[in-house]
Structures are given as structure tokens and as C-alpha cells.
Design a protein around this ligand. Structure first.
Ligand SMILES: [Zn+2]
Length: 298
């Protein structure tokens, strides 16, 4: 009997083949949500059939709020980003590769225009999560996503099985394997991993964690954080006690990037008499720009 935690991102979910499906308020987003929930149900069903005692999900994409609980099986709980309650096994589902991976679908690390390194080596969200789980002694049994994401998982966490559901055609477009075929393979992998407890791997980080961050666009705000200092080649650097501290710090830096973008937007709006159409144009332009500049090389 085991308590399973699914950490679900969106970009690497079966059937999601365009960026817009992962962006709130687009026409395509609802479809993305349905695919996300369907895949969680597939995993839950397989885990349940192999004796999972509870199934919890962290909604990792864009800070959460994507999962529609009505589309989930009744016994699945959407839970906050708190690992202190204890889980026996985690699965990282629906992931994308790190910023700068030009073979990846929607490559980025936590947000667009940000790169993260630890000890001088660039890392992605898979590493941040594996280490955060590792700090709490929670092993990982499966990682899924596009081909570049699972290749990244193989590089960093070769002992953990992966499930590849698509390959990128460009930053914002992908070709998925047929949905039923993906679900079938996923069911089989989840069932196997639930039973093969000897293959569950815990990835404890070396603490403290020396990290570097790089922003694509000029932004004076993160430089004001007292525990970040200037490093080489435009990287900011520092050190945190725990892997989770790094995730929290990146969230703060992300917030500062958002603030800067909003300030730029408000400045541009000063000459714009009609705010509503301007907002709409900006949103469309942001999506186009995201697709065009996605394969940024830090
Ligand atoms: Zn995401």
C-alpha cells in the first residue's frame, strides 16, 4: 500500500501539441485542461489497480489552478506544494525540457526568458523537483514528457523510467503519439513501477545548493535581492540551504520579471486611448513572441 503523489505539468501531456493549449484565456486552453485531467486519471487508475492507498496531485503548471477537480476521479486530491504530509512515491508527469533546449517543446525553466544552473551546470524543472522531493526522502518512479524532456531525465536521472509522448516540431508545436497508444503504455509503466519498489529512486541534493540565474531581457529588479550577486557572463549567483529555497527564489525572480513587463506595458499604454483593445493586442502579441523567442540560448 502506498501514497502516490503526481506532480503534473502541462506542456508534456499526451495530445497537447501547441503552445496555446497551455496558456490561460486562449480558446485552446480548455482542451489542454481536459487532456491534463484525462492523463492524471489514467495514471490514477493504474496506480489504484496496484494498491495505491491514496492519490494526490500537485498542479505544477504556471503556479497551479489548471486542474478542474470535476474532471478528475473522485478519489484524487489536488494538494498544495507541501511535502511534509509524506508520500511514498512520486511521478513527474507532463514535463518539458530546460531553457535553451532547441529540440524541446516549450523549453523553459520555470518561466520564459530565465535560465537556472546549479554548480555551473544548467538544470531544468525536473532537477528542481527531483531534489525537492529528495530532501523529503520521496523517491521518483516515472517521468513523462516530450522527447527532449525525457532525454533530459535520462541524462540527470538515468535510473528512473520515462514515458515519451511527443516530439517537438518547433518551440510551440509538437507531434504527439496517438492518445490511446500513449495511455496504454502509461498504464503499463505505472502498474509496473507501483510493484517494483526496488526501482524507486530518491535524489537527495548536495546541500547547500550553489546556483546561478540568467535573465534574457534586461531587468534591474532581481539584482536588488540582497542574497544574489553578479557572476560571470551576465549570470546572477548565490547559495541556498535547500532545493525548495531555490524554487521559492525563482518564483520571486519570476514575479519581478512579471512586474517589469507590466511596468513596460503601462508605460506603452500612456499613448493609447483605448485600453481594452490594446490589452487584447498585447495578449496576442505575447503569445506570438513567446513562440518566436522560445528557443533562447542562455
Ligand atoms: Zn508548465
Amino acid at each position: 500500500m502506498s501514497r502516490l503523489l503526481i506532480v503534473a505539468d502541462m506542456e508534456g501531456i499526451t495530445g497537447i501539441d501547441r503552445y496555446e493549449q497551455c496558456v490561460r484565456d486562449t480558446d485552446d486552453y480548455r482542451e489542454g485542461v481536459q487532456l491534463l485531467c484525462a492523463e492524471i486519471n489514467v495514471i490514477a487508475e493504474a496506480a489504484r489497480s496496484r494498491g495505491a492507498q491514496s492519490i494526490s496531485v500537485i498542479d505544477w503548471h504556471g503556479g497551479g489552478g489548471n486542474i478542474d477537480p470535476q474532471l478528475l476521479d473522485d478519489d484524487i486530491s489536488v494538494v498544495p506544494e507541501d511535502l511534509s504530509t509524506g508520500y511514498d512515491l512520486a511521478m513527474l508527469v507532463g514535463f518539458h525540457p530546460m531553457a535553451g533546449d532547441d529540440q524541446g517543446f516549450i523549453s523553459h525553466t520555470m518561466r520564459q526568458g530565465l535560465a537556472v544552473a546549479v554548480g555551473g551546470q544548467q538544470i531544468g524543472e525536473l532537477s528542481l523537483l527531483a531534489w525537492w522531493l529528495g530532501e523529503h526522502g520521496i523517491p521518483i518512479g516515472l517521468i513523462s514528457g516530450d522527447r527532449a524532456a525525457t532525454a533530459e531525465a535520462d541524462r540527470f536521472f538515468p535510473e528512473t523510467p520515462c514515458h515519451t509522448v511527443k516530439r517537438a516540431e518547433s518551440w510551440g508545436r509538437a507531434t504527439c503519439i496517438p492518445t490511446e497508444q500513449s495511455y496504454e503504455a502509461l498504464r503499463a509503466r505505472v502498474s509496473r513501477m507501483m510493484e517494483q519498489t526496488g526501482r524507486w529512486q530518491t535524489y537527495r541534493p548536495v546541500l547547500p545548493v550553489p546556483f546561478q540565474l540568467k535573465l534574457r531581457d534586461p531587468n534591474p529588479l532581481p539584482g536588488l535581492i540582497p542574497w544574489l550577486r553578479d557572476g560571470e557572463n551576465g549570470w546572477l549567483e548565490g547559495e541556498v540551504e535547500h532545493a525548495r529555497d531555490l524554487i521559492d527564489l525563482i518564483d520571486v525572480v519570476s514575479g519581478l520579471i512579471n512586474l517589469q513587463q507590466r511596468n513596460n506595458f503601462i508605460a506603452a499604454l500612456k499613448d493609447e486611448p483605448e485600453a481594452a483593445p490594446a490589452m487584447e493586442r498585447l495578449r496576442t502579441r505575447q503569445i506570438e513572441e513567446a513562440i518566436q523567442t522560445g528557443h533562447w540560448n542562455p
